[in-house]
Design a protein around this ligand. Structure first.
Ligand SMILES: [Ca+2]
Ligand SMILES: [Ca+2]
Ligand SMILES: [Ca+2]
Length: 457
């Protein structure tokens, strides 16, 4: 269309071209993208995510690349002849991402173009000496020991509900030390793709035995060794093995299976790999009928991404909750958007962090409209790998962050789903938010004005 416009055409055709042109300009939110770049949000300096408009031909795509002098480095979501492809492009030296976004804002072949944002995990401390030795986040007011500000999981356990029978949870984070003594029994092992060097289930990932490392493009979900501590810590709060006389207990003691979508590495994670991880779970659920209820997303940063929002929407359509940390910079997410927790998708539950004395954690972000609920996040004890004499061993540590609050809610989703097998994602979310206990420190700070209570699950 651009080519015809440049070389001249009949008046009627010009009008038709302009009509399409204005439609084409409506995709994405270049204003939000550019404001994020202007604010200095971290991103890959030479990469651009492009969603081609539905119907864009390979010639159109090549013209877009040529116009920028860019080359394609990855396909994030293939086109299918009708639906436009989402691609990762590498820009030539000297071309800024902002300039490229601007250049494509009115390109008829492009629905949107945006940066490949960089994310960091949301723990405020990995100080292993800062431990309080208590699992207060799991306590209830009627448990021993008790803490009325815990998630009340111990009360559900006391009623005999410790097993989350066959519910599956995706952990989009660092990897998981899957041999940990208090996790190994609750890590998924892929029955559809054994270790034979062949992608037996045809999902594009060879021998994805326990998930996939999207950062390292490998089936080893513990490729970070002891530096997969954050992902391992999150995993233990959802599904630490309970009742085995050691370590911790997750909200779900047994039955539950965790699948790793590792995308955070030493340099953080990227939008491109977050999208791949989300779609990996969407596909697993569709391909094999897995009972995936939620993904845990204890990470954030960067600016607005239509591509990421679209991937979360595909999870919504797949019936997978996207449970997300509100962030650790103590601001109001209603006035300063925090991603991904601020996206408007109905399957997102945004989680703030609370303390063992019922306060909003000093670091926790909040938002009367954009953050849903509080959950224990200060001084949370869970599983971590530890390096000892060149080997990894099982260990435990106390971390704080909305990263630690989020897996309490994800565990709650699994616990609820396991006793309400017919519940839709919306039902699970409504149960979690509906059970929130009104809490003075959260009044006007989160949608529910309250904190997590799974005693009735
Ligand atoms: Ca295989
Ligand atoms: Ca596979
Ligand atoms: Ca244990």
């Amino acid at each position: 269309m651009k080519h015809l416009f440049r070389t001249g055409m009949l008046a009627g055709a010009v009008i038709a071209a302009l009509g399409m042109f204005s439609t084409a300009a409506a995709g994405g939110r270049p204003d939000l993208v550019l404001s994020g770049l202007k604010a200095g949000r971290a991103h890959q300096a030479d990469e651009l995510i492009v969603k081609y408009r539905d119907g864009a031909t390979s010639t159109d795509q090549a013209a877009v690349r040529q116009g920028l002098g860019a080359r394609k480095v990855d396909t994030l979501r293939p086109g299918n002849g009708k639906r436009g492809e989402v691609a990762l492009l590498r820009l030539p030296a000297g071309t800024s991402v902002a300039a490229a976004v601007q250049a494509l804002a009115n390109d008829a072949s492009v629905e949107y173009a945006e940066p490949n944002w960089t994310y960091q995990h949301r723990a405020t401390s990995n100080d292993t000496y800062y431990t309080n030795g208590s699992l207060w986040g799991m306590y209830g007011d009627a448990s021993t020991p008790s803490n009325q500000y815990g998630s009340q999981a111990a009360e559900a356990w006391a009623r005999g509900h410790t097993d989350c029978g066959n519910v599956i949870v995706g952990v989009i984070d660092e990897g998981i030390y899957f041999n940990h003594e208090d996790l190994a029994a609750n890590i998924w092992v892929n029955p559809y793709d054994g270790a034979d060097g062949i992608d037996n289930d045809g999902n594009g990932y060879v021998d994805d035995l326990r998930g996939w490392d999207f950062e390292g493009d490998s089936n080893n979900i513990n490729s970070g060794g002891a530096s997969d501590d954050h992902g391992t810590h999150v995993a233990g709060t959802i599904a630490g093995v309970g009742g085995n006389g050691k370590g911790v207990a997750g909200v779900c003691w047994s039955g539950v299976k965790l699948i790793s979508g590792k995308f955070l590495g030493r340099r953080g994670g990227s939008t491109a790999n977050a999208i791949k991880a989300i779609d990996y779970f969407n596909d697993l659920k569709a391909r094999h009928g897995l009972n995936i209820v939620a993904t845990n997303n204890s990470w954030g940063g960067g600016g607005f991404s239509q591509a990421l929002q679209d991937a979360i929407e595909r999870a919504n359509k797949a019936g997978i909750l996207f449970i997300a940390a509100a962030g650790n910079d103590a601001y109001d997410n209603d006035t300063t958007a925090s991603y991904p927790s601020n996206y408007p998708n109905p399957n997102i539950i945004a989680v703030a962090s609370t303390t063992s004395t019922g306060g909003l954690s000093s670091f926790s972000q909040y938002g009367k409209v954009t953050v849903d609920i509080g959950a224990p996040g200060s001084g949370i004890f869970s599983t971590v790998p530890k390096s000892a004499k060149g080997k990894l061993i099982s260990s435990y540590a106390s971390y704080s962050g909305t990263s630690m609050a989020t897996p309490h809610v994800t565990g709650a989703a699994a616990l609820y789903k396991s006793s309400h097998s017919g519940a839709t994602a919306a039902d699970v979310e409504a149960a979690i938010l509906g059970a929130a206990i009104p809490t003075p420190s959260l009044q006007g700070k989160v949608v529910t004005d309250g904190r997590l209570d799974v005693s009735g699950f």
